[in-house]
Design a protein around this ligand. Sequence first.
Ligand SMILES: [Mg+2]
Length: 386
Amino acid sequence: MQTSPAPQSCGDDDRISWIRIASTFLPLATPISDAKVLTGRQKPMTEIAILFVELETRDGHRGLGFTYSKRAGGPGQFAHAKEIAATLLDENPSDIQKLWTKLCWAGASVGRSGLATQAIGAFDVALWDLKAKRANLSLARLLGAQHDSVRCYNTSGGFLHTPLDELLVNTDKSREKGIGGIKLKVGQPDSAIDLKRVSTVRKHLGDDFPLMVDANQQWDRPTAQRMCRRFEEFNLIWIEEPLDCYDAEGHAALAAAFDTPIATGEMLTSVAEHNEFIKLRGADFLMPDAPRVGGITPYLKVAALAEHAGLMIAPHFAMELHVHLAAAYPTQPWVEHFEWLEPLFNERLETRDGRMLVPTRPGLGLSLSERVAGWTAAEAELGKRG
Ligand SMILES: [Mg+2]
């Protein structure tokens, strides 16, 4: 009887030898307002907190990852990351599933969602970046790409602090850049203003150009019902966050009642929270955010559940990361075009004919710009560089 040969070791015994974490505050050119500001729940946003993680191994391989927070939470993410970072030292960087679990349990007493998993997200993204770079593949290819380009839409031009005439100029600029859709913020206390802005932009774009709206959770159930009905005539790609982000049953009722697809999921911070929406069919378009759910590892679990349930996907924010993740989804995703994070990186994403091209550089294909050091408020280093 023949026996199989013993499996040969691939000789991979590389170890994580150095970790740097940095808390950076990226200023925004204009204070930003969505419906949460107009309903008085939040202040206009003036900066974005970014938590960067850089890793190096004994063999000299490197990875770069990041997570973010808006308005508050940046210093908390940094503090949590600093506490759990040592968990990764001397570990094999390829064991990403094991390392995610280790990082999670290191801080499990403060939960397996929210700020704790967001801090883990920066490490997890860095580990995937390292793995893809070592394989000399883009992250999309390492994951198994379905697309060389993905549909993209602009959000940054359609916020509520932008007057209507400027909104129209912004839509023209987006189209000139080859961006394939426009999203407008709605959900303000006076819904007549929402309707006027949407109908004016719809007329400006023509009947068929992809248009979405986003209420940022500011309607109650009766208002959402009424507004979804009013919006049916505008041939929208989706209505986003019509209700509180945890109201899965309410979102499911709207998705069942109206032809216009319902989109939600950006505020969810774990696989379990997404699974609730997937089970109840609370979204036609699911909008996972990899940094918010704890990185690429949990994002891929959400995407697998969404695919199995036949949902469409439109990852939230952070296009520099999500362009790769969206490229690995089987149906045509939408990626959100925001230029806000561009000053952090030396590279730029290309848009053409309504689509964003998936970068082919190894890993995420990103390097930090020189300006980042000037925006960095705190940093910590562990281990030794080789
Ligand atoms: Mg949104």
